[in-house]
Design a protein around this ligand. Structure first.
Ligand SMILES: NC(=O)c1ccc[n+]([C@@H]2O[C@H](COP(=O)([O-])OP(=O)(O)OC[C@H]3O[C@@H](n4cnc5c(N)ncnc54)[C@H](O)[C@@H]3O)[C@@H](O)[C@H]2O)c1
Length: 259
């Protein structure tokens, strides 16, 4: 058995904005491993980007999905059901916090900023998993993967409400894994080291964080999206078949450092 083989499998990728997106690196790796993919875009602004990127994939399904919109989620899974007849894996890479919330002191977090950040960055995993469930059951199981950051456990300057959202997201991973495990569906997260992407550009002082990882992480470097994608292939494919409810650190070992 090839540990990263996804041939004959179908997958849904949520969270591609452009070629630097972590979800895009995972989509490319999954496609190379043989999977047929549905890839979503958030709003018309990103549609062209995602259509251009996915042009090289084999027969992809490209559909809109704003995770705050229940109708779009329903339509997305309706289309996947019609086209694929089931689903083997899902990658969740959607996250958002209003820019002001990432600049002001954390104590100033607004009720609306908090609500929106947790809705998009954490609750959406629950909503998408609920829709994925019947399609994965039809395949006799599946693998769900989300992306998180160490700011869920430790304080990083300006990460603010996104850290709270990631803590909620990691708890959702454990509760979903407990719910869906008896159906053969695994739920995991990758906690990636900092990478310069569109989402990261919203965090002020981000280059300082990158430098800190180069100075302090055991591997003395940052990670890139292809390395996160390789770890994702393990969790999505047969190699990870006994792994669930896990947060896998792909950060050059930074999480283990103290003084
Ligand atoms: N870049 C990093 O340093 C880093 C580190 C650890 C974890 N992560 C996480 O990885 C994931 C992917 O982020 P990225 O760094 O690749 O940046 P990115 O900006 O490329 O991806 C974020 C995605 O979230 C999507 N999104 C935002 N609001 C949405 C909504 N309402 N509906 C649907 N999609 C929505 C955006 O369209 C975008 O595709 C995020 O969860 C992020 O928190 C990033």
């Amino acid at each position: 058995m090839l540990m990263h083989d996804l041939s004959g499998k179908t997958g849904l990728i949520v969270g591609v904005a452009n070629k630097r997106s972590i979800a895009w690196a995972i989509a490319k790796a999954a496609s190379e491993a043989g999977a047929r993919l549905a890839v979503t875009y958030q709003g018309e602004r990103l549609e062209e980007n995602v259509r251009d990127l996915t042009a090289d994939l084999t027969n992809p399904l490209v559909l809109p999905c704003d995770v705050t919109n229940d109708q779009q989620i329903a339509d997305l899974f309706g289309a996947i059901d019609r086209e694929f007849g089931g689903l083997d894996f899902m990658v969740h890479g959607a996250a958002f916090a209003p820019r002001e919330e990432l600049a002001a002191p954390f104590v100033q977090t607004t009720r609306e900023g908090f609500r929106l950040s947790l809705d998009i960055s954490a609750y959406s995993l629950v909503a998408l998993s609920r829709w994925a469930l019947p399609l994965m059951e039809r395949r006799g199981g599946g693998s769900i993967l989300t992306l998180t950051y160490l700011g869920s456990e430790r304080v990083f300057q300006n990460y603010n409400v996104m850290g709270v959202a990631k803590a909620a997201l990691e708890a959702c991973v454990r509760y979903l894994a407990a719910d869906l495990g008896p159906k053969g569906i695994r739920v995991n997260a990758i906690s990636a080291g900092p990478i310069k992407t569109l989402a990261a550009s919203g965090i002020s002082g981000f280059s300082g964080i990158l430098q800190h990882y180069r100075d302090r992480a055991p591997l003395r470097r940052t990670v890139d999206t292809s390395e996160v994608a390789d770890a994702a292939m393990f969790l999505l494919g047969p190699g990870g078949r006994a792994v669930t409810a896990e947060v896998l650190m792909v950060d050059g070992g930074y999480h283990a450092t103290g003084m």
